[in-house]
Design a protein around this ligand. Structure first.
Ligand code: FUL
Length: 632
């Protein structure tokens, strides 16, 4: 009885606050939790990859890197948080531990942590500094704790789980509220593993990490924390590419009878998630970031955009300039809604409080809802005066579930109704952001942004819901205008990239030797390629150098067939006696095929280099888009 009373009071309260009460339609399918709704409204926030890889020019550390390397002389968490906040971001997620296992806080779970670094005399704590700065600036703080740990001797065995759960506990109990915790999907492979230097596979991640238990643990410590990943047991999941766009539009938030939010992730710099020397020239432009935004947030996902501090602990100036320019564009885009306070007339209205004026009242909780039997729900709006706009934004009241499958928008132009957003048809889907302008109207969900092929000027529009799983509940219909781009001033790179050895005059032998020059021509679009694996080629550099490292760029044509994923490099001074210089696996190729720099344990004299492709990501081929050799 008491329970029923509480429920009734809750319903009344909700009715007051959100118009969900009494005569509202029943929820359709799974609905988001309050935490998910709040999280979706955060839209975009920063990712910060900062750890030992920052100092080794790598994307995936092997696990044997010395903590001595970590010493950011000018790290200023507050300055970083301020930069993010001023750009309009709503929070940040920091990689407290990446796959190399180095813990950037003074954990009790392993010695491979910040207390073994020279930074602040071993008394530093990066997590603390970020968490405190966020709290001070009223900015959400979250954390990434890699499940894969290439340092831990016990990884792959039950012993590691104790370590891992302890790390989760520390992060969730010592640093205040955590808005999101990120469980990366990379799981097992080569690693140091306490000196074993071997390959470890864990089988099914869900089983090995016991994510059911992990989720229970997190809920008990921080019930409001959004859990990302965790083999689908969390609240949010990957939107399907590390390019920052939601791979799928139409985008549905329902999976396995559960509401799941989507998050698209991408680094602001083409060079990768961690900072790399000379990356300044590789920053994504503000226009590119706008495309990413429209293809993530604009399809109903959240966007997490990575900015990596450099070895000094500061954000790269070129990254910051682009972030600021994009931030300004986004602010201007959202600054003015030409449909605000428009007069609206609907084909039908469920009840007065759901009338069509709810679409343009600027309140996200109120909504227009037609009658259940309205076969073609439609709203016509009349603006106060003609306006020119080129972006349409729609929102559903997702607390009642996701309903709309397709919609159409028309504008009155020169006395005729002109379709400006075509209704999406069943089976169609949008894949990526190349054609972000002129997309069709499919799902709406939390929000959808459609950038029209060209600006439209009118004072009358018509929105029709052409397909819906249940009676539609639309909370906002907005008309926005895409601003011009303010190009950031070119920024001098903080540190210039080392130059590779000049390849002019080199000769090649081995498999498909005639194609080997394509790996040294400075053109990412051409490559050495052969339909067999293992395979290799030999480079004769014509004179002896002291070789210190090499950089491999995987194929860039979007295919993963025959993409070399494991390598062995041998060196020779005479072309007949060879020594193995490096061997291993290139990291994260499938999700983010960027350049991989491999430093040799010690510089080695050589005139000949033999590059073996020993495994491919998919298929049985081998390929190298570019290979740069460094030395003197
Ligand atoms: C990936 C990782 O393997 C990358 O290194 C990076 O952390 C990215 C955000 O997630 O799966």
């Amino acid at each position: 009885m008491a329970k029923q009373l509480i429920r009734l009071c809750m319903a009344l309260l909700l009715g007051w606050n959100t118009s969900l009460g009494a005569d509202a339609p029943k929820p359709y399918g799974p609905v988001p939790t309050d935490q998910q709704v709040k999280w979706l409204r955060m839209e975009w926030y920063a990712f910060v990859h900062f750890g030992l890889n920052t100092y080794t020019n790598r994307e995936w550390g092997y696990g044997d890197e010395s903590p001595e390397l970590f010493n950011p002389g000018n790290f200023d968490a507050e300055a970083i948080v301020r930069t993010f906040k001023e750009a309009g971001m709503s929070g940040m997620i920091y990689t407290a531990k990446h796959h190399d296992g180095f813990c950037t806080w003074p954990t009790r779970s392993t010695d491979h942590n910040i207390t073994s670094s020279p930074w602040k005399g071993g008394r530093g704590d990066v997590v603390r500094e970020f968490a405190d700065a966020c709290q001070k600036h009223d900015f959400a703080f979250g954390t990434y704790l890699s499940p894969w740990d290439r340092n831990c001797a016990e990884y792959g065995r039950p012993g590691y789980l104790k370590v891992y759960y302890e790390q989760i506990k520390e992060l969730l109990t010592k640093y205040g509220p955590i808005f999101e915790i990120w469980f990366d999907g990379a799981m097992g492979g080569d690693g140091y593993y306490g000196g074993a230097r071997e390959r470890r596979n864990i089988g099914q991640a869900d089983k090995y990490y016991n994510y059911a238990r992990v989720v229970r643990l997190i809920r008990s410590l921080q019930p409001d924390c959004i859990i990302w990943g965790a083999a689908g047991r969390g609240d949010a999941t990957w939107a399907g590419s590390e390019k920052g766009f939601a791979r799928h539009y139409p985008l549905w938030n329902v999976r396995n009878n559960k509401w799941i939010c989507l998050e698209a992730d991408t680094p602001i710099n083409h060079r990768g998630w961690f900072w790399h020397p000379g990356q300044g020239g590789h920053v994504k432009s503000p226009e590119h970031l706008m495309q990413v935004y429209l293809s993530s947030v604009g399809r109903g996902a959240n966007l997490i955009l990575n900015l990596a501090p450099n070895r000094d602990g500061q954000l790269d100036p070129a990254d910051v300039a682009s972030l600021q320019a994009f931030g300004k564009m986004r602010r201007e885009l959202l600054a003015r809604d030409f449909a605000r306070k428009a007069r609206a007339r609907a084909s039908s209205v469920r009840a007065r409080k759901f009338n069509a004026s709810r679409l343009s009242d600027g309140r996200i909780e109120s909504y227009w809802c037609p009658e259940e039997d309205d076969k073609s729900p439609q709203v016509e709006i009349q603006l106060e005066s003609p306006a020119t706009f080129d972006v349409i934004r729609l929102r559903e009241q997702i607390r009642l579930g996701q309903r709309v499958e397709a919609f159409q928008v028309e504008a009155m132009v020169d006395g005729n109704w002109k379709t400006i957003v075509e209704p999406g048809q069943p089976g169609e889907k949008e894949d990526h952001f190349d054609g972000v302008r002129g997309g069709k109207g499919h799902t709406i969900g939390h929000q959808v942004l459609r950038w029209l092929p060209e600006p439209v000027t009118t004072d009358r529009l018509r929105l029709t819901i052409t397909r819906s799983k249940a009676v539609p509940c639309i909370s906002e219909f907005s008309l926005l205008c895409m601003p011009g781009v303010t190009r950031p001033e070119p920024v001098a790179a903080a540190e210039s990239a080392e130059k590779p050895l000049p390849s002019a005059g080199w000769s090649y032998s081995g498999f498909a030797a005639e194609k080997a020059p394509l790996a040294f021509d400075g053109k990412p679009e051409t490559m050495w390629e052969i339909a067999r694996c293992p395979s290799h080629f030999v480079v004769d550099m014509k004179k002896v150098y002291e070789i210190s490292s090499f950089a491999y760029l995987p194929r860039q044509d979007g295919s993963t067939q025959g993409m070399t994923s494991r390598y062995c490099v041998e060196l020779s001074t005479d072309g007949s006696t060879w020594t193995k210089a490096a061997e291993g696996e290139f990291g994260n190729l499938r999700a983010n095929p960027v350049e991989q720099v491999i430093s040799l344990p010690a510089a080695q004299k050589a005139r000949y280099l033999r590059f073996f492709s020993t495994a491919a990501l998919d298929g049985t081929g081998s390929s190298v888009a570019e290979l740069k050799i460094y030395g003197k």
